[in-house]
Every structure is written in C-alpha cells, then in structure tokens.
Design a protein around this ligand. Structure first.
Ligand code: UTP
Length: 291
C-alpha cells in the first residue's frame, strides 16, 4: 500500500463561534498553553509520515505562516543569553515537514477548502486534518487512519460516538461494525434532522482521502449552511465504493468553540513539563471553592 506523504489542513474558516477574538487572531493560532493549535496539527501529520503539508489559509491569517518561519530577532536575543535549547526547539518546528500555504479566496465551506488543494495533492492518497480539531493521543490519529487504509484499502475517516441529542451538530454515518475499532461506511449525512440520523458515529477532524474526491467536490452543490460540505462529497464516495471509519484512540478538543478551547488548555497545562505541577496544585485548591 502507498505511503501517505501529503496532508492538507483547512484553516481558512472565519471562526464565528470564537468571536470576538477570531476577528483579530486566527482560531488556529489560539494558544494551548504556549503552542498554537496549528502546531499540534503539523506535528501530528509529520509524525504520521507526511512530508508535504498544505495549510489552507485566508485573509487575516498571516500569523499562521509566520509561526513556521525562522525568528532571526529572537534567535539573536536567545544566543546572547545562552538559551540555545529554545532556538533548537523553534528550528525543530520549522523543519518538521515542508509546509506550504494557499489561500481559499472565499470561505465557501470545508469541501471547497479541500478542493483548493487539488493540484498540490495530485494523484496520491492524503490526510485531511480539520484546522480547529486537536486530538491528544498516544499514537498520532493520522497514523491510526493509515493503518486502517493499509488493512482495508478504502478511504478512512476518524470517528467517535457523540451524544445522540447532539448528532444534529455533527454528521451521522451509516456504518456496520467490522471489528472492535473499525466500521464499513456506506453513507453519511451532514447536520442531520432527527429522522435522517443513521448512527451517533460522527467524523471528528481526521480523514485519509483518495484523489477521486476532487472530481466529486467539483460538482458538489452547497449543502448544510449554504456551504460546500466535505461530508456531502464523502457520502457519494461511501455510497459508490464504501469508506472505513476508525473509532480512534485519543481525546478530541474542538478549538473552534469556547468550551473545547478551555478544556484543551486545562488538559495540556496539567501535563506541561514547566508549569504542570504548579497548575495541578492551583486546580486542586481552586476546585475546593467550586460548588
Ligand atoms: P468549521 O465549520 O468548524 O469552521 O470548519 P468555521 O466555519 O471557521 O466555524 P464557525 O462556525 O464560523 O465558528 C472546520 C474546518 O474547516 C475550515 C475551518 O478553518 C476549520 O478548520 N474551513 C471551513 C475552511 O478552511 N474554509 C471554509 O470555507 C470553512
């Protein structure tokens, strides 16, 4: 089976759920303690084998590009104060993979953002990492998807069961269980109405896709919310030849929503090598005052 060497990270969305901050700071650049969300995504893609990573950006998102560039001024200052390990860490971030940027000129939906990556992807399978979904896991989730691709030979989506009463906010998969962790998917629907729900399995932020998706996306009309939905295009693919769903190992945080952002920070902070211990102590004391 072909190794997956390319990844696409759509990060052009307006982030209206994170207003007013998203007006000035891209939600993908919001910090999880001291690293922006996008940094976790590039690390995950690179750790899963991706050598070329395309980040789809838009107007007002230049900060993302700056993050993956060298910081000559900081390096000068850090050299003077002998903090060479900090320089090394910043350079490591810049050399994880070849990171490319392309603008989606109009925010016409996730499907449209993925379609802009057509020439970059060419004729290879590739990972898609939704720019506001961080997953903390033992094994990188994209690598888990690659294993399933190797095994079953079909495009793969990363899924989790979501609370039934919230399925309408996500997508719903028509899926039959194959084994403990994997399902055969034969249809899916974005933001289903109550009578359209298949299962409570929803795609949460990771897909391993094959290039035939582009021909489908080119003719996919706007769907839920008036946007070109990746789910609608993947639904066609699933009905045509099936997809695999993997109930991945890991905890997912939606950085595009206030609660997800806060939870990710707490979890990352208690495990942070520099501040973790003190932060745990603070939380223990603080929790005593909560009712
Ligand atoms: P979301 O629907 O979560 O992002 O898209 P959004 O549109 O920014 O969110 P709200 O509802 O306004 O708060 C999932 C991913 O797809 C990207 C987003 O940046 C996010 O990472 N996306 C979405 C694009 O790249 N382009 C789009 O046109 C829409």
């Amino acid at each position: 089976m072909q190794k997956i060497k390319k990844a696409v990270i759509p990060a052009a969305g307006l982030g209206t759920r994170m207003l007013p901050i998203s007006r000035a700071v891209p939600k993908e650049m919001l910090p999880i303690v001291d690293r922006p969300a996008i940094s976790y995504l590039v690390e995950e893609a690179a750790a899963s084998g991706a050598e070329d990573i395309l980040i789809i950006t838009g107007r007002g998102k230049d900060a993302i590009e700056n993050y993956f560039d060298y910081s000559i001024e900081y390096e000068k200052k850090l050299t003077e104060s002998g903090k060479l390990d900090k320089i090394e860490e910043m350079r490591r971030i810049c050399s994880l993979a070849n990171v490319y940027f392309l603008r989606q000129k109009e925010t016409r939906g996730l499907g449209h953002a993925v379609l802009t990556a057509k020439n970059f992807v060419g004729n290879e399978p590739f990972f898609i990492l939704y720019g506001d979904d961080i997953i903390l896991s033992e094994t990188p989730v994209c690598a888990q998807l690659a294993d399933a691709y190797e095994k079953h030979g079909l495009p793969v989506c990363g899924v989790k069961p979501v609370p039934w009463e919230l399925v309408y906010k996500y997508c719903s998969l028509k899926a039959e269980q194959r084994d403990d962790k994997s399902y055969l998917v034969t249809d899916m629907i974005e933001k289903p109405k109550p009578d359209e729900v298949y299962t409570n399995l929803s795609i949460l932020g990771r897909v391993l896709m094959t290039p035939e998706i582009f021909d489908i996306l080119e003719v996919t009309p706007p769907g839920a919310g008036g946007e070109i939905q990746l789910t609608d295009a993947m639904g066609i693919l699933a009905r045509r030849s099936g997809m695999t769903a993997v109930d991945f190992e890991g905890t997912r945080f939606d950085l595009g929503a206030k609660l997800g952002f806060l939870k990710a920070n707490v979890v990352a902070a208690i495990n942070h090598p520099e501040v973790g211990e003190e932060f745990r102590e603070f939380l223990r004391e603080f929790a005593k005052k909560l009712n």
